[in-house]
Design a protein around this ligand. Structure first.
Ligand code: NDP
Length: 331
């Protein structure tokens, strides 16, 4: 295939100054891999925002085609696992960080990074969920593995208007949890309630240094914010409760004490989506296809075209995106 296709390329000069541009590539330019995929849909995650703006050192191979999530159709395969015409999904594995990723017409990838597109989801719906939503499901699964159930008490979700947050609220409420949503955008309360939040709190309540232990407010939580917010979440978790930590939108520090752990038996559960085992990925995606209310997914997604990716990347880093962004590569 010698046809050219559009791609976003981030580069660095000798002074480590980063630039981003739209370029034309051919299949011969792509990195090594055994499966070539026509990218039909992708998305803009917080990490993609960091890669494009250069705000944090996400990119570790230069130049880079960013984009950590994609859904599309196999056009060539040297792997017995996939055949031409198969619909596939990719999340993470360092794609868009160390291996050229989703913001291109074609992507050449390793078969072991791909999973079949889950039955019941279109490529665009899968990207509406994306790494953020799949991480929300991994967080729900981590809480469940710890034995947490809706009857134990409320679940708090931080970064409520973000990608992880909106999907976490939708999933937890669908599963019967009483959800407390923490947000800096309380003007979006009606939207968060439409996704299933029962209570809205201002994130300012949680973002400042707090006490080692405070009034018990929730049994469980999904935190995409880190820093003082996570420390306060732990300090306000009830006896034998658990918090799943997956993000750092406020900061990567954790200025906490051991008091919630040793006096209340609280558990802090780490969640990583990038290198998560294939079995867990497939389980998470099957559960998303079966349990996420597609009307709520529609309500929390905005669709843009390829030309809107760079602007959306800047907006997500500025905390201005509500919910999830789907990139339809046909547009
Ligand atoms: P988004 O930008 O969509 O959402 C983050 C949300 O956090 C914002 O919408 C905002 O919600 C809140 N927020 C932003 N800045 C601050 C701040 N300074 N203090 C407190 N809250 C803040 O990002 P995603 O949902 O895509 O990702 C969220 C986090 O999770 C990121 O750190 C990301 O890197 C991480 N992540 C980790 C994964 C893993 O594998 N562990 C996978 C996916 C994401 P509001 O306006 O409602 O307050």
């Amino acid at each position: 295939m010698t046809e050219s296709f559009r791609a976003i390329l981030v580069s660095r000069d000798a002074e480590k100054k980063q630039t981003v541009e739209t370029v034309s590539l051919t299949e011969a330019d792509l990195m090594e891999g055994d499966v070539t995929v026509k990218v039909e849909a992708t998305t803009v995650n917080y990490k993609d925002g960091l890669a494009i703006t250069g705000k944090s050192p996400v990119v570790r191979h230069w130049p880079m085609v960013p984009g950590i999530d994609l859904a599309g159709t196999v056009v060539k395969s040297q792997s017995p696992q996939f055949r031409e015409g198969d619909q596939v999904l990719l999340n993470g594995y360092g794609v868009g960080e160390t291996h050229w990723g989703a913001y291109a017409g074609l992507a050449r990838l390793k078969a072991e990074w791909l999973i079949p597109l889950p039955k019941g989801l279109t490529a665009k719906q899968a990207m509406g969920v994306g790494t953020a939503g799949y991480t929300a499901m991994l967080s729900v699964m981590a809480l469940e593995r710890h034995g947490m159930k809706p009857q134990h008490g409320p679940a708090v979700v931080t970064g409520a208007n973000g990608g992880v947050g909106t999907v976490a609220i939708s999933l937890l409420s669908q599963l019967g949890w009483h959800v407390i949503a923490s947000t800096g955008r309380t003007s979006e309360s009606d939207f968060l309630k439409s996704l299933g939040a029962s209570e809205i709190i201002d994130r300012a309540e949680l973002s400042q240094p707090g006490k080692p232990l405070a009034r018990e407010r929730w049994a469980a939580g999904i935190d995409s914010v880190g820093s003082h917010t996570l420390a306060n979440l732990l300090a306000q978790t009830q006896y034998n409760g658990a918090i799943a930590a997956c993000g750092l939108a406020q900061g990567f520090d954790l200025p906490a004490t051991v008091m919630p752990f040793i006096l209340r038996g609280v558990a802090l559960l780490g969640v990583d989506s990038v290198m998560a085992a294939r079995e867990g990925r497939i389980e998470a995606w099957d559960r998303i296809a079966a349990q996420l209310d597609m009307k709520k997914l529609d309500a929390l997604t905005t669709t843009i075209g390829f030309d809107g990716i760079i602007a959306a990347a800047n907006e997500i880093v500025a905390g201005k995106i509500r919910g999830r962004v789907i990139v339809d590569m046909k547009d």
